[in-house]
Design a protein around this ligand. Sequence first.
Ligand SMILES: [Zn+2]
Length: 143
Amino acid sequence: MSPMAQILLPGPRPFAPRVSAFSRPFWSGLARGELLTTRCRACGALGFPPRNLCRGCWGRELDWVPLQPRGRLYSFTRVHVAPEAFRAEVPYAIGLVDLDEGVRLMCRLVGEVTPADLDQPMEMLVLVHDDGLLFGARKASPG
Ligand SMILES: [Zn+2]
């Protein structure tokens, strides 16, 4: 699995996520260009965001696994009126991406997206801010 592309975004993250002892592997993975989540040892269910409890069978034994950072755009919206922390960034797009492995996640979309992009291939990205990392997605380059 090749690492996700990195996109440099100047300035700090508008709303920096809290890194906990539980979520630290996710952020370490992102720094390596990997999108990690948790998979249930009992039933094999993948979910996103990572959890320490399986949403399928309530199993408590989960392993960190890398996801293929590719999928399709399920839906998106363009935000024009944002919460205070994101106000400097409007307008921006937020999308639901269905990864190839069946995981649906929500993230910032980078670059132009239109309704013609629905169900089209997307690639996940590492967004590199001055103060740390986030993840996002953009239209997959053809080929
Ligand atoms: Zn399970």
